[in-house]
Design a binder for this molecule. Structure first.
Ligand code: ZN
Ligand code: ZN
Length: 605
């Protein structure tokens, strides 16, 4: 190769580096995916200063001979390039081949590799081969990338924000650990262990290693299938609430992807169990015939399309909703499983942390104790949790038919509670043999009303009532035009009205469920929802109307209700389909169990 050709190649690599290697995370990703492709059982990722100073990835995979090692760093090494369509048929994470030379052009790289027969050590700096020598025989590959971007202007940008860099890398390694529970991942930064999984293949153990015990206790195993898809994995109780989607991990045929449509299917399944701006922790594995996947999106963005999105949606929502419906979801006031606790736990991972916390042996013991506990609960037939912790296999297609032929009356999801009194005119105190309960009277009433309005709104023949005096409502032209387009909606709900002047309607008849004495305000709210909607979705519309009217019609805080009212409230709440949250996702009940109380008063230790 002439000198000029080499110069050109170095330049080309440096230019390509700007596109392929945007952050330290891209380097980690490239090296880790190579290690996975090499069938490694154990992958160590060691960073100095979030990877800006040093990234070292060591694996115990198949390794390379000298020829392959050199080839890996030349620009057009096509051996790694894969057809995009193959992406989901093959084991390889593939679709690269240009990243290694690009990385080497903006850093100092030392590669040590051995296939067990011969060892090679290779040193490249700024894209120039400095040396190729024989090396140790340790099976596997180790790549050390030093001073990333040292010869480019972007370097400074990264030096400024080491925590951001580290958070990207950590998130990526978490996803890989969840994707490959059978591979041991160890991630360190400046010698501090940030993640240490055991490669035992237990997904729940990886969840435990990443999120800790309090989250692991609140994970539910799910499973289900229909004609096109098979899904499995873990979802969190609604009381685990994260402020972003990062903890929703999607694995399609074992490959980690990002897909907002599927995330939406999941969060919709938690509708009214959780405030709309909060997200659960979910690891969802979807197995599907590759024929149904359309990989026309850029593979480095880790996104894909499905040709049968609707049946996937049905399956995910049926499985998650069913699982949530089986649970008793009264948050325990004495346990700290709040978002805040979790958030701080994760963020302190980036700061220097006591090494013992990550001691693998301790974690294993903790996990085993937890597993044993759940096992005991499952074996004890008198214990209620038995039913709840078992994974649910739903054959959706079949279940649907059965449900249609046999509409069944659901049993109350919580035991009867007896009111004791009222605190601050807002919280009902109640008790039963299990413990003490605090019930938010507005939230509880809102839930009861919400389910009532939902039922009324889905009645195709609403019972109507004539108003003594018609209600007239006037709107600005732009709003009136949207309303006019949707008159049919009002008619369907049971309103009878006529246009009156240019932008006014006069309502003469209303559905009987409209809250008495509050008719005008309720109608205004409903029309506001009609006017502000962007893309129309009937299900969402009905939910919003029911939630809004329910809020209007419910007792407020500081309303001193009588004990008889409390009894009725608790009994009706108990019989709700979801008695645990108001339609906005806030809790209706919290509890101190009998055991919690005894512990708090040191009656039992
Ligand atoms: Zn409200
Ligand atoms: Zn509410």
């Amino acid at each position: 190769m002439s000198k000029i050709q080499v110069m050109d190649e170095v330049l080309a690599n440096k230019i390509a580096a700007g596109e392929v290697v945007e952050r330290c995370m891209n380097v980690v990703k490239e090296l880790v995916e190579n290690a996975i492709d090499a069938k490694s059982k154990e992958i160590h990722i060691d960073l100095i200063d979030s990877g800006v100073k040093e990234i070292k990835v060591t694996d115990d995979g198949i390794g390379m001979d000298r020829e392959d090692a050199e080839l890996a760093f030349s620009r057009h090494a096509t051996s790694k390039l894969k057809q995009i369509d193959d992406l989901f048929h093959i084991d390889s994470l593939g679709f690269r081949g240009e990243a290694l030379p690009s990385i080497a052009s903006v850093s100092d790289v030392t590669l040590k590799t051995s296939n067990g027969e011969s060892g090679t050590e290779l040193h490249i700096s700024g894209g120039n081969f400095l040396s190729v020598e024989s090396g140790e025989l340790r099976q596997g590959t180790s790549i050390l990338v030093k001073d990333l971007f040292y010869n480019t202007p972007v370097r400074l940008k990264y030096l400024k924000n080491l925590y951001t860099e580290l958070s990207y890398i950590t998130e990526y390694v978490h996803k890989m650990a969840l994707s490959y529970p059978e591979i041991k991942f160890v991630l360190t930064n400046n010698q501090k262990v940030l993640l240490n999984t055991d490669g035992s293949g237990r997904l729940l153990k990886v969840i435990h290693d990443i999120y800790g015990l309090s989250v692991t206790k609140k994970m539910i195993e799910i499973q289900g299938e229909n004609d096109d898809y098979e899904i499995s994995g873990y979802i969190s109780y609604p009381e685990i609430q994260k402020s972003n989607k990062n903890a929703i991990t999607l694995l399609i045929n074992g490959r980690y992807i990002k897909n907002n449509e599927i995330i939406r299917m999941i969060t919709d399944s938690y509708h009214t169990y959780m405030p709309p701006d909060k997200y659960p922790i979910v690891v969802l594995k979807i197995d599907v015939d590759p024929i149904l996947i359309d990989v026309n999106v850029h593979p480095t963005k880790m996104d894909i399309k499905f040709s049968k999105m609707d049946t996937l949606k049905e399956l995910i929502q049926a499985v998650i909703k069913k699982e949530l419906e089986r649970l008793t979801l009264i948050p325990d006031a004495s346990l700290e499983t709040t978002v805040e606790g979790l958030e701080t736990k994760i963020s302190t991972n980036y700061a220097p942390t006591r090494q013992e916390e990550f001691d693998a042996k301790k974690k294993e013991e903790e996990f085993q104790a937890f597993e044993k506990m759940t096992l005991n609960l499952e074996q004890n037939p008198s214990y209620e949790v038995q039913e709840e912790n078992r994974p649910l296999t739903t054959n959706f297609n079949q279940e649907e038919k059965e449900e249609k032929s046999l509409p069944q009356k659901k049993e109350a999801r919580i035991k009867q509670m007896y009111p004791v009194g009222l605190v601050h005119g807002t919280y009902v105190i109640a008790e039963n043999e299990d413990g003490m309960f605090l019930i938010d009277q507005h939230a509880a009433n809102e839930r009861i009303n919400y389910e009532y309005y939902l039922e009324q709104l889905s009645n195709p023949n609403p019972v109507q009532m004539d108003l003594l005096i018609p209600i007239t409502l006037e709107f600005p032209t732009n709003e009136y035009l949207i309303l006019k387009e949707n008159f049919e909606l009002l008619t369907k709900m049971g309103f009878v009205f006529e246009e009156f002047g240019l932008q006014t309607i006069a309502i003469r008849t209303v559905p009987i469920w409209l809250p008495k004495g509050n008719e005008e305000r309720a109608i205004q709210k409903i029309i506001e929802i009609i006017i502000e909607k962007e893309s129309f979705d009937m299900e969402r519309f009905v939910h919003r109307v029911a939630a809004t009217v329910a809020c209007k019609a419910s007792i407020k805080a500081n309303d001193h209700i009588t004990k008889e009212d409390m009894e009725v409230l608790l009994e009706r709440l108990r019989n709700c389909e979801n008695p645990f949250t108001c339609p906005h996702g806030r809790p209706t009940i919290i509890t101190y169990s009998k055991y919690d109380l005894e512990k708090l008063f040191k009656r039992s230790m």
